[in-house]
Design a protein around this ligand. Structure first.
Ligand SMILES: *Cc1c(COP(=O)(O)O)cnc(C)c1O
Length: 418
């Protein structure tokens, strides 16, 4: 959804909290012609059929533009409001005449972006810390359509440059990596890509536009799983891709061609989550940092992988490029066994065991990068070979002291099995 509105309170001004409160609330989407802005939130427009006033209007075939009623697959004001709000949050998108395309999941957004950019015969370079379904896409879907995927060390800019060949068309970055939290030098990687005519797609789910201005740091397309921070309540799935004018138009046409559509009910849930996202991320970041500090001082812990923590890998780049964090980080245990790690996670009572993250409730899952990576070492340089068992935590909104007490019980269960 692109375009602008005359509403001064439209999410284009002020700090993050102010922008989140206003974005997407166009008077015509929250009211009627006689009573603009009649309600606070855009109502849920449940519609497959859109009606035309007469044959002349139908024959006039509204152009394929944002914000025009046409047919349900192109959405209605509830979805338009969410897309516009996300565009407002991404510095450089609206200013360039760009916009946001919504997808039924984050994975669908990654697929939608890559299928927009890539053609048979092309090579995709993918960061080695990428979310596993992105890796599976490279080996499966993209391979089936004649695209070759090659992986590179996320923190090795020279290795990225060396991996480029004549046929390289796109690069998929993810920073910080959602399992192992490496921060990538996105401006450097994107500049190298741009100079070679390569399109940079960034999975910006971890930071969201509040924590990292993807387009301003050189990405051409910023992808997010809205399932995580935007929903914030673990009850809804969606994805987005935001870009400037050129890529936005192409993304939109490809998404239409693939039949992507999101439900207005889900869009309304996402808009509800979005309003409190800054507040949640601020609280989760503070709590995660305190917990990361506590873990770093524990004898059972070999390494905390949390870029927000001074001394943790990627902290300098995070400080340079990011304006915020979130509650997701990992830690690696000293030595031990897989069984002891299972006991640690089982002993937690406040942390749910489950994939996903970014909800109000804390989660813990095992991390085994050695079984996934192909282009970069694990354990990381400087870590002992025996230090391989990781735990990823998504810190929610429970009280920090309670979460620390829970982790203390978990570490006791770990030690009891060694
Ligand atoms: C969860 C996740 C996705 C996929 O999102 P879904 O909405 O679950 O499809 C993509 N990238 C990252 C980094 C994720 O954590």
């Amino acid at each position: 959804m692109s375009g602008s509105s005359d509403n001064p309170h439209d999410g284009s001004h002020g700090g993050p909290g102010t922008r989140l409160a206003g974005a997407g609330r166009r008077p015509e989407w929250t009211g009627t012609p006689g009573h603009p802005s009649a309600v606070v939130n855009p109502p849920v427009w449940r519609a497959s059929t859109h009606l035309y006033p007469d044959m002349a209007a139908l024959r006039a075939h509204p152009a394929n533009e944002d914000g025009r009623f046409y047919y349900g697959r192109r959405g209605a004001p509830t979805q338009w409001a969410l897309a516009e709000a996300l565009t407002r949050l991404e510095p450089g998108a609206a200013e360039d005449g760009g916009g946001t395309v919504l997808y039924p999941s984050g994975v669908a957004a990654i697929a939608g972006a890559l299928l927009t950019v890539l053609r048979p015969g092309d090579v995709l370079l993918m960061t080695d810390n990428a979310y596993e379904p992105s890796r599976v896409m490279g080996r499966g879907l993209l391979a089936d359509f004649g695209v070759t995927t090659r992986w590179f060390d996320p923190t090795d800019t020279a290795a990225f440059e060396a991996a480029i060949c004549e046929r390289t068309r796109a690069v998929l970055l993810e920073s910080p990596g959602s399992l192992t939290a490496e921060v990538q030098d996105v401006p450097a990687l994107a500049a190298i890509a741009k100079a070679r005519g390569i399109v940079t797609v960034l999975d910006n789910t971890w930071a969201s536009p509040l924590g990292f201005a993807a387009l301003e740091h050189g990405a051409d397309i910023a992808v997010m799983s809205l399932t995580k921070h935007v929903s914030g309540h673990s009850d809804c799935m969606m994805g987005s891709a935001t870009a400037g004018r050129e890529w936005y138009r192409k993304l939109r046409l490809r998404a239409q061609g693939l039949g992507n559509v999101v439900s207005p009910d889900d869009a309304a849930l996402m808009l509800r989550g979005l309003r409190t996202m800054h507040l949640r991320l601020t609280a989760e970041t503070a709590s995660a940092l305190a917990i990361a500090e506590w873990l770093a001082a524990r004898p059972e812990v070999a390494r905390v992988l949390c870029p927000m923590l001074p001394g943790s890998p990627g902290h300098d780049l995070w400080k340079r490029d990011f304006t915020g964090g979130c509650g997701l980080f990992s830690f690696v245990l000293k030595g031990g066994t897989s069984q002891a790690r299972d006991a640690l996670i089982d002993a937690l009572s406040l942390f749910g065991i489950g994939y996903s993250w970014g909800g109000f409730e804390s989660l813990a899952t095992p991390v085994d990068p050695a079984t996934i990576r192909t282009a970069s070492p694990w354990p990381l340089p400087g870590m002992a070979d025996a230090d391989r068992f990781g735990v990823r935590v998504s810190i929610g909104l429970e009280d920090t002291a309670d979460l620390i007490a829970d982790l203390e019980r978990g570490l006791a269960a770990w030690s009891a099995l060694l």
